[in-house]
Design a protein around this ligand. Structure first.
Ligand code: SAM
Length: 277
């Protein structure tokens, strides 16, 4: 079961975009927080930032109806193409998707009545810049809803990952890269600070978590959610010479750990923020 080590993805192919489109399995748990809580109203302009292949853009846009002009923005060319195909397919031409970098949103100040971003913040190279842009294009008194996973994501996995770095004598070599990777996810406090320093007032915050369950480490590492969304970050931490040895040890350790409970249970802390300009 070493598919996860061998499979390299070309992000510009339809194949990977189609596969990515299965990911609402991962995205939907977060998206539900937005779908269940965003303020519904008669809006003129709605924006979804980092809409990927169209989630939650297409869903929310349909809930708001065709009187509202709904726009998604994402810098990923193939995903934008896929979202456009979906919009055409379901015949919702009042929804528009724009391929652009959200750190420079191509709209004037105070333009949107509602802005959402599902699982965006951790993925933006410069989250502060994107949030400042979101603040700029949102009308005063209007709402920005966002979700993210936090530091603590897959904690059980990372505890074993770090142990294996030590056991294989690789910890010192990769310590900085490893901690940089862990720190790319914010804490509840750092997320609050990021939003407040971008000008927002946090009106509502829902912190929750969920558990993803796998039979063992082998099924976890080979799961499509991991191969599409996570494995690259873990693989690219290690030099080619160390990769095989490390992942062999990691997979074995995860499997031994899974034997204790008869399954591998991994926690995902998540938060929904509702912010007012
Ligand atoms: C984890 S995905 C979430 C996608 C979608 N919202 C969902 O819930 O499935 C993060 C998205 O942010 C996009 N992204 C990252 N940086 C961006 C930027 N600077 N401008 C626009 N989109 C960006 C990625 O291309 C990707 O589609």
């Amino acid at each position: 079961m070493k598919k996860y080590l061998e499979k390299h993805l070309d992000w510009q192919t339809d194949e990977i975009v189609n596969q990515y489109d299965e990911l609402p399995l991962w995205s939907s748990v977060f998206g539900q927080l937005i779908l269940n809580n965003f303020p519904i109203n008669k809006y003129d302009q709605y924006l979804d930032v980092g809409c990927g292949t169209g989630f939650p853009l297409i869903d929310i846009a349909q809930r708001l109806g065709d009187k509202c002009r709904s726009i998604g923005i994402d810098s990923w060319h193939s995903a934008v193409r896929r979202a456009k195909t979906k919009i055409e397919t379901i015949g919702t031409e009042y929804i528009q998707v724009i391929e652009a970098d959200a750190s420079d949103i191509p709209f004037s100040d105070n333009f949107f009545d509602l802005i959402t971003s599902n699982l965006g913040i951790n993925n933006f190279a410069n989250p502060q810049k994107v949030l400042t842009e979101i603040y700029r294009v949102l009308k005063s008194g209007r709402t920005f809803c966002t979700t993210t996973n936090l530091v603590g994501t897959f904690d059980e996995f990372y505890t074993i990952f770090e142990k294996v770095l030590h056991l294989t004598g690789l910890y010192e070599k990769y310590r900085i890269k490893y901690h940089k990777h862990l720190d790319h996810r914010g804490t509840l406090e750092s997320m609050r600070e990021l939003l407040i320093s971008s000008g927002f007032k946090i009106e509502r915050e829902i912190s929750t978590s969920y558990v993803m369950r796998f039979l063992n480490g082998s099924t976890f590492l080979n799961h499509s959610v991991i191969i599409v969304g996570f494995i690259d970050a873990w693989r690219s931490m290690l030099d080619t010479d160390d990769k095989e040895k490390f992942f062999e040890h990691l997979e074995r350790s995860l499997n031994v750990y899974s034997e204790i409970d008869g399954e591998l249970r991994l926690s995902i802390p998540m938060v929904y923020f509702e912010c007012r300009k």
